[in-house]
Design a binder for this molecule. Structure first.
Ligand SMILES: NC(=O)c1ccc[n+]([C@@H]2O[C@H](COP(=O)([O-])OP(=O)(O)OC[C@H]3O[C@@H](n4cnc5c(N)ncnc54)[C@H](O)[C@@H]3O)[C@@H](O)[C@H]2O)c1
Length: 238
């Protein structure tokens, strides 16, 4: 599940940013708000295109992951001063707010690929702007009272869906397969289930990944019965 989010965002979010701006990412500082499945995918691909990545986080484990994967980590209050492109992917409101807009560089690009259009506080941006105009489809320029320009993409809505075409069918097929199998399980066992959230069994992911690999013509190895026995035989050591 997490891998699919990462793979999807690696491609579709940056596709949205590039379609809306046509900027060169190489040499730019890309700030990902959140280093979860989506943020991590965006960071990987932004680096691949030559950008330097700064991640902001609230979870120590995720922040450490970003550092160990070669990115910089700092609070958004600091990142706001150095970033060229900001992409929020947290699922939380107010990741970019007024005090950040006060210090953003002239020409900074801001967008969201997280849950809703509340990750960027657009009211704060509007309150600070003396003018606004659409400069390209899905790219609105806000001129601050001190003359700096901030570019908001896709009205703060999901930039990969609004400014690009969302996720390719070759990755969505696995999500839909997962949902289909979940529905099959519900149809079979629904009457006996309690009213609570259930985790889907990990075997479903294995099944879907196996089918996907087969459609790609990729084979993998299988444990022999001796290897299966060895895996649970704690008497054998190094
Ligand atoms: N655009 C799309 O097509 C699309 C697709 C899938 C998911 N999403 C959305 O993207 C969002 C992220 O999804 P995910 O799977 O990466 O979730 P995730 O939980 O793996 O990652 C979110 C990360 O954001 C961090 N975070 C939360 N609040 C923060 C804050 N204020 N500042 C900095 N970091 C903060 C969390 O610690 C977490 O590590 C969700 O809202 C999800 O619904 C969008």
């Amino acid at each position: 599940m997490g891998l699919r989010q990462r793979v999807r965002h690696r491609q579709s979010t940056l596709d949205g940013v590039l379609r809306a701006t046509s900027i060169l990412l190489a040499g730019k500082t890309v700030v990902t708000g959140g280093y979860g499945h989506c943020g991590r995918g965006i960071a990987e691909r932004a680096r691949g295109l030559g950008a330097s990545v700064v991640a902001t986080e609230i979870k120590a484990t995720q922040a450490l992951k970003a550092i160990l994967e070669g990115h910089r980590v700092m609070p958004m209050d600091d990142a706001a001063r150095i970033g060229d492109v900001f992409i929020t992917a947290t699922g939380m409101k107010d990741v970019l707010v007024g005090r950040h807009f006060d210090v953003l560089k002239d020409g900074a690009v801001i967008c969201n690929t997280g849950h809703y259009d509340c990750e960027i506080n657009i009211g704060d941006l509007e309150a600070r702007a003396k003018g606004r105009r659409t400069v390209r489809p899905n790219c609105e320029e806000f001129t601050m009272k001190d003359g700096r320009r901030i570019y908001l993409l896709a009205q703060g809505r999901l930039v990969n869906l609004a400014a690009a075409e969302g996720h390719p069918s070759e990755v969505m097929d696995m999500s839909f397969a997962n949902q289909y199998l979940a529905l099959c399980k519900l149809a079979k066992e629904g009457k006996t289930l309690d009213k609570k959230v259930y985790q889907l069994p990990p075997e479903l992911d294995q099944e879907i990944a196996g089918v996907k690999l087969r459609t790609m013509g990729i084979a993998i190895d299988k444990l022999s019965s001796e290897q299966v026995a060895y895996a649970s035989d704690y008497s054998a050591g190094t």
